[in-house]
Design a protein around this ligand. Structure first.
Ligand code: 13P
Ligand code: SF4
Length: 321
């Protein structure tokens, strides 16, 4: 019989007392060896709760950093330290700091898709599954600085009828979905439900019946009796959708160049089963943060956790770094 990398990963998990948390955008074989699969908020929460000594985060580095910030005594592994995110890359610390300083009276609401450094100068972290609840908890008279994802920010700002100062970052995967081609596809499939992640451009979101985080989109496929869905998010999530609803047809929302694999996140897809096995064998690479940075970044993540669990929070009146 051939070498079974999945079985070897399961063995290593026991040997090292490790747990694997995976994002929905990973390949199906990675999701299948994971103990928990979910959206970025769920992964942060599970990362805080799990008891094992070693946490391997099969996702991108900012997700593993969030786990390390919240649960510092654990060894936190990532299969590939190069697995970044275009939103992280598009929000360098110095520029974000300068932007904050321009609006010292604003509350900085920052997407979890950001570096630990940017989190350290933010007031609260959000994900697409809790953004509305968190923004609604900020007093109405406070100005909101929202970054780094302009599309998520614009969608939320319209939804809540509240103006934001927007950082102009974007997800390089979701912005490729094309509204004109999506419209043509909807005409061909009038019976399909269109579901989209809020990182998509406005023009694409305008065609969607359901807009939400990866877990929200998965929930829609699970619960909606429709037999056909057009899905405007990263292709990895099809794995769980198809598992939950083998009876439905899932159609990828189109990008302009139909020949490319643009709906794959190049960072999520850096992770492989072999890299996961190697990380568990060697306990490397680990995410490392200085204690000073970790504590500074933790304040904004703690506010997210407190608000989502119904605890009262206070907001700093001025930014003063
Ligand atoms: P979710 O929080 O919806 O899982 O999104 C994470 C992400 O990176 C989307 O591109
Ligand atoms: Fe970042 Fe986009 Fe990849 Fe999500 S899909 S990790 S936002 S580049």
């Amino acid at each position: 019989m051939g070498y079974d990398v999945a079985a070897e990963i399961q063995r290593l998990k026991k040997e090292k007392n490790a747990v694997i948390l995976a994002h929905y955008y990973e390949d199906g074989d990675i999701q299948d060896v994971a103990d928990y699969v979910g959206d970025s908020f769920y992964l942060a929460k599970m990362g805080q709760e799990v008891q094992q000594d070693v946490i391997l985060l099969a996702g991108v580095v900012f997700m593993a950093e969030s786990v390390k910030i919240l649960n510092p005594t654990k060894t936190v592994l990532v299969p590939d330290l190069e697995a970044s995110c275009s939103l992280v890359k598009g929000a360098p610390y110095d520029q974000y700091l300068a932007w904050r300083r321009q609006h010292p009276d604003g509350v900085a609401v920052t997407y979890i898709n950001s570096s630990a450094e940017v989190k350290s100068i933010s007031d609260v972290i959000i994900t697409s599954s809790n953004a509305q609840q968190i923004v609604e908890s900020i007093p109405k008279d406070r100005k909101i600085l929202f970054g780094p994802d302009q599309h998520l920010g614009r969608w939320l700002s319209k939804k809540l009828g509240r103006e934001f100062e927007l950082w102009q970052g974007a997800c390089e995967v979701h912005v490729l979905f094309n509204a004109k081609r999506l419209h043509e596809l909807i005409v061909q499939h009038p019976d399909a439900i269109v579901i989209a992640h809020p990182e998509c451009d406005d023009s694409v979101l305008a065609h969607a019946q359901v807009i939400g985080s990866t877990s929200r989109l998965l929930e829609e496929v699970q619960k909606n009796p429709a037999k056909k869905f057009i899905v405007a998010t990263e292709a990895g999530i099809f794995h769980q959708m198809q598992k939950l609803r083998p009876d439905v047809e899932l159609i990828q929302a189109p990008v302009l160049d139909s020949g490319c694999l643009c709906n794959n996140c190049p960072y999520m897809k850096m992770n492989t089963m072999d890299k996961i096995k190697h990380a568990l064998e060697t306990l490397k690479p680990q995410v490392g943060l200085s204690e000073d940075l970790r504590l500074k970044a933790k304040t904004s993540l703690d506010r997210m956790m407190d608000i989502t669990s119904g605890k009262p929070v206070t907001w700093p009146s001025q930014f003063s770094i």
